[in-house]
Design a protein around this ligand. Structure first.
Ligand code: FE2
Ligand code: FE2
Length: 188
Protein backbone atom coordinates (compact mmCIF):
# COMPACT_ATOMS: atom_id res chain seq x y z
CA UNK A 1 0.00 0.00 0.00
CA UNK A 2 1.37 3.36 -1.00
CA UNK A 3 0.27 4.88 2.29
CA UNK A 4 2.70 2.81 4.29
CA UNK A 5 5.62 3.94 2.15
CA UNK A 6 4.40 7.52 2.40
CA UNK A 7 4.46 7.17 6.18
CA UNK A 8 8.02 5.80 6.14
CA UNK A 9 9.01 8.58 3.75
CA UNK A 10 7.42 11.26 5.96
CA UNK A 11 9.23 9.83 8.95
CA UNK A 12 12.51 10.23 7.06
CA UNK A 13 11.71 13.92 6.64
CA UNK A 14 11.13 14.15 10.41
CA UNK A 15 14.32 12.23 11.28
CA UNK A 16 16.28 14.52 8.91
CA UNK A 17 15.17 17.53 11.00
CA UNK A 18 16.67 15.91 14.09
CA UNK A 19 19.89 15.10 12.22
CA UNK A 20 20.11 18.79 11.27
CA UNK A 21 19.69 19.80 14.91
CA UNK A 22 22.35 17.30 15.90
CA UNK A 23 24.67 18.59 13.21
CA UNK A 24 24.27 22.11 14.58
CA UNK A 25 25.09 20.93 18.13
CA UNK A 26 28.18 19.09 16.91
CA UNK A 27 29.20 22.29 15.09
CA UNK A 28 29.08 24.15 18.42
CA UNK A 29 31.24 21.48 20.02
CA UNK A 30 33.70 21.71 17.13
CA UNK A 31 34.04 25.48 17.61
CA UNK A 32 34.77 25.02 21.30
CA UNK A 33 31.33 26.24 22.35
CA UNK A 34 29.06 24.42 24.76
CA UNK A 35 26.57 22.16 23.06
CA UNK A 36 23.15 21.58 24.57
CA UNK A 37 23.70 18.10 26.00
CA UNK A 38 20.10 17.85 27.17
CA UNK A 39 18.85 18.46 23.65
CA UNK A 40 21.30 15.95 22.20
CA UNK A 41 20.24 13.44 24.84
CA UNK A 42 16.58 13.91 23.92
CA UNK A 43 17.38 13.44 20.23
CA UNK A 44 19.30 10.21 20.87
CA UNK A 45 16.66 9.03 23.29
CA UNK A 46 14.08 9.49 20.56
CA UNK A 47 16.25 7.88 17.87
CA UNK A 48 16.80 4.78 20.01
CA UNK A 49 13.19 4.59 21.21
CA UNK A 50 11.14 5.34 18.11
CA UNK A 51 12.99 4.74 14.80
CA UNK A 52 15.08 1.86 16.18
CA UNK A 53 12.02 0.17 17.67
CA UNK A 54 9.28 0.90 15.17
CA UNK A 55 10.46 2.43 11.89
CA UNK A 56 13.40 0.11 11.22
CA UNK A 57 11.67 -3.16 12.25
CA UNK A 58 8.79 -2.26 9.93
CA UNK A 59 11.23 -1.64 7.09
CA UNK A 60 13.04 -4.92 7.82
CA UNK A 61 9.78 -6.86 7.38
CA UNK A 62 8.73 -4.88 4.30
CA UNK A 63 12.13 -5.24 2.64
CA UNK A 64 12.30 -8.98 3.43
CA UNK A 65 8.97 -9.40 1.66
CA UNK A 66 10.31 -7.35 -1.23
CA UNK A 67 13.33 -9.68 -1.51
CA UNK A 68 10.89 -12.61 -1.85
CA UNK A 69 9.09 -10.81 -4.67
CA UNK A 70 12.24 -9.61 -6.45
CA UNK A 71 15.44 -11.50 -5.64
CA UNK A 72 17.54 -8.75 -7.28
CA UNK A 73 16.84 -6.60 -4.22
CA UNK A 74 18.43 -9.13 -1.84
CA UNK A 75 21.89 -7.49 -1.55
CA UNK A 76 20.35 -4.08 -0.80
CA UNK A 77 17.88 -5.62 1.68
CA UNK A 78 20.69 -7.37 3.57
CA UNK A 79 22.84 -4.24 3.58
CA UNK A 80 20.00 -2.09 4.93
CA UNK A 81 19.24 -4.62 7.68
CA UNK A 82 22.93 -4.47 8.65
CA UNK A 83 22.77 -0.68 8.67
CA UNK A 84 19.77 -0.80 11.02
CA UNK A 85 21.90 -2.77 13.47
CA UNK A 86 24.80 -0.29 13.14
CA UNK A 87 22.45 2.66 13.72
CA UNK A 88 20.91 1.03 16.81
CA UNK A 89 24.30 0.14 18.31
CA UNK A 90 25.97 3.48 17.63
CA UNK A 91 22.88 5.37 18.84
CA UNK A 92 22.76 3.52 22.13
CA UNK A 93 26.53 3.97 22.60
CA UNK A 94 26.14 7.70 22.02
CA UNK A 95 23.24 7.83 24.47
CA UNK A 96 25.46 6.19 27.12
CA UNK A 97 28.23 8.75 26.46
CA UNK A 98 25.81 11.63 26.80
CA UNK A 99 24.37 10.24 30.01
CA UNK A 100 27.92 10.02 31.38
CA UNK A 101 28.54 13.64 30.36
CA UNK A 102 25.37 14.79 32.07
CA UNK A 103 26.40 12.87 35.17
CA UNK A 104 29.54 14.99 35.28
CA UNK A 105 32.09 13.10 33.18
CA UNK A 106 34.19 15.24 30.85
CA UNK A 107 33.61 14.09 27.32
CA UNK A 108 36.58 14.10 24.99
CA UNK A 109 36.19 15.57 21.56
CA UNK A 110 36.69 12.14 19.97
CA UNK A 111 33.78 10.64 21.85
CA UNK A 112 31.27 13.31 20.78
CA UNK A 113 32.30 15.04 17.60
CA UNK A 114 33.55 12.13 15.50
CA UNK A 115 30.89 9.53 16.39
CA UNK A 116 28.26 12.26 16.21
CA UNK A 117 29.27 13.26 12.70
CA UNK A 118 29.55 9.63 11.67
CA UNK A 119 26.08 8.93 12.98
CA UNK A 120 24.57 11.89 11.11
CA UNK A 121 26.32 11.04 7.82
CA UNK A 122 25.59 7.33 8.05
CA UNK A 123 21.91 7.96 8.83
CA UNK A 124 21.45 10.42 5.97
CA UNK A 125 23.07 8.01 3.49
CA UNK A 126 20.98 5.15 4.86
CA UNK A 127 17.72 7.01 4.26
CA UNK A 128 18.84 8.09 0.79
CA UNK A 129 19.63 4.47 -0.13
CA UNK A 130 16.20 3.30 1.03
CA UNK A 131 14.46 6.08 -0.86
CA UNK A 132 16.47 5.47 -4.01
CA UNK A 133 16.63 1.69 -4.13
CA UNK A 134 13.74 0.12 -2.24
CA UNK A 135 10.89 2.53 -1.61
CA UNK A 136 9.96 2.84 -5.31
CA UNK A 137 9.91 -0.97 -5.71
CA UNK A 138 8.01 -1.46 -2.47
CA UNK A 139 5.32 0.90 -3.77
CA UNK A 140 4.73 -1.33 -6.76
CA UNK A 141 5.53 -4.83 -5.49
CA UNK A 142 4.05 -4.91 -1.99
CA UNK A 143 0.33 -5.43 -1.74
CA UNK A 144 -2.24 -4.34 0.81
CA UNK A 145 -2.30 -7.81 2.38
CA UNK A 146 1.52 -7.70 2.79
CA UNK A 147 1.22 -4.45 4.73
CA UNK A 148 -1.67 -5.84 6.75
CA UNK A 149 0.50 -8.82 7.80
CA UNK A 150 3.39 -6.51 8.63
CA UNK A 151 1.03 -4.41 10.72
CA UNK A 152 -0.03 -7.48 12.68
CA UNK A 153 3.52 -8.82 13.08
CA UNK A 154 5.00 -5.75 14.68
CA UNK A 155 4.06 -3.46 17.50
CA UNK A 156 3.22 0.05 16.57
CA UNK A 157 2.70 3.27 18.47
CA UNK A 158 2.08 6.90 17.64
CA UNK A 159 5.26 8.84 17.08
CA UNK A 160 5.91 10.46 20.51
CA UNK A 161 7.55 13.56 18.97
CA UNK A 162 6.01 14.13 15.53
CA UNK A 163 2.73 12.32 16.18
CA UNK A 164 -0.59 13.76 17.33
CA UNK A 165 0.53 14.06 20.97
CA UNK A 166 3.99 15.38 21.89
CA UNK A 167 5.31 13.48 24.90
CA UNK A 168 6.49 15.64 27.79
CA UNK A 169 10.17 14.71 27.44
CA UNK A 170 10.19 15.84 23.79
CA UNK A 171 8.68 19.31 24.34
CA UNK A 172 12.06 21.06 24.06
CA UNK A 173 13.06 19.37 20.80
CA UNK A 174 9.62 20.05 19.45
CA UNK A 175 10.03 23.77 20.18
CA UNK A 176 13.51 23.80 18.61
CA UNK A 177 12.17 22.18 15.44
CA UNK A 178 9.33 24.67 15.25
CA UNK A 179 11.76 27.57 15.67
CA UNK A 180 14.15 26.10 13.07
CA UNK A 181 11.24 25.78 10.65
CA UNK A 182 10.18 29.39 11.27
CA UNK A 183 13.62 30.90 10.63
CA UNK A 184 14.52 28.37 7.93
CA UNK A 185 17.72 27.47 9.75
CA UNK A 186 19.08 24.71 11.98
CA UNK A 187 19.03 25.94 15.56
CA UNK A 188 22.47 25.77 17.18
FE1 FE2 B 1 15.99 2.20 7.56
FE1 FE2 C 1 13.86 4.32 6.83
Amino acid sequence: MTNDIDKLQNEHTDFAKLLDLLDAQIGLFHRGEQPDYDLMLDIFYYMTHYPDRFHHPKEDLAFAKLAERDSNTKPAVEELARQHRVIAESGSQFLDNLNAALAGAMLKRESVEIPGLEYVTFYRNHMKMEERELFPLARTLLRDDDWAKIGVAIESMDDPLFGPQVEERYRTIHQQITRAAQCGCAVG
